[in-house]
Design a protein around this ligand. Sequence first.
Ligand code: GDP
Length: 365
Amino acid sequence: ALKAGIVGLPNVGKSTLFNAITQAGAESANYPFCTIDPNVGVVEVPDERLDKLVELVQPNKTVPTAFEFVDIAGLVRGASKGEGLGNKFLAHIREVDAIVHVVRCFVDENVTHVDGKVNPISDIQTINLELILADLESVEKRIERSRKNIKGGDKKYAQEVEVLERVKEALYLDQPARSLELSDDERQIVRDLHLLTLKPVLYAANVGEDEVATAEENPYVKQVREFAAAENAEVVPISAKVEAEIAELEGEDKDMFLEELGLQESGLNRLIKAAYKLLGLYTYFTAGVQEVRAWTIRKGTKAPGAAGVIHTDFERGFIRAEVVAYTDLVAAGSMNGAKERGQLRLEGKEYLVQDGDVMHFRFNV
Ligand code: GDP
């Protein structure tokens, strides 16, 4: 399963947020393939389209799609030099697909700030510097190795060194590897190094509990927005403390509390949606009377691969997929209606599954 790692300096609200995530947690019986680990929280991805399909089909069971948040606590200044447990944490970051960077934007004299005062940009730079230093080490090592290989006369290594020198230069200028414009070939070379600063990042700006409705007016949030815009990263303002309270409520109580706070939906839902988008994920649906269910694929997955998410047998024995776009199905009002309108398509092995496709697979056992 795809994972987003939660990082940030100590005392910024990571554990509070992570507790809200596990509290709100998914029905684990539905997701047997997810990791069981105290540092991993499985969340269901909120999706209005799934609710609409349930209205249409009235199934016995509904299962949203899910993904995982990993709590990566303990990243501090000096991590890249292997101080404390630093290196171990960097290794954990290497294993995630995207990074949720929690930044402190709340002021509370009772909560110590590791650097003595609230300063989100300096906090972000502290963490980013550790990731950049770790990447510099990887890049320099690889350049050295590839240089030796060039002497053997292989052109491939010359190109590699050229790209990596550009990455190195960017890192020296404090720019993350993801900020570089790379061709597909170059990206492939860089991807091989599993750099930390190549991963997509989302900043979770943790505001005070009395600021949830007016988070955008918080000057620290504004600073984070400006900083993130320059590196093409997303920002989600959130109050970890409030989210922890919301996560304990359900149904009407939850709706009432959100209304009191002046919120349309919980910050956690916004965070989950933003992380899902950041990971470049698509959702397709299966919609039978037994079960309506959402499934996650990466953008660019073909029909057999999408079938394989349900079961490897579906992929192996794939024959065809019956597909209707979500919007067509809803407009037609039913599967039969869509069929009459000629919107139920038969697609083969090369079909690129689209976000919102409603699919039924035919396969050989
Ligand atoms: P971590 O070290 O990043 O995991 O931070 P924690 O989640 O343990 O939070 C550190 C302290 O900050 C705890 O005492 C939290 O209750 C407090 N805290 C977290 N979010 C907020 C917030 O939005 N407002 C206030 N006032 N305190 C918060």
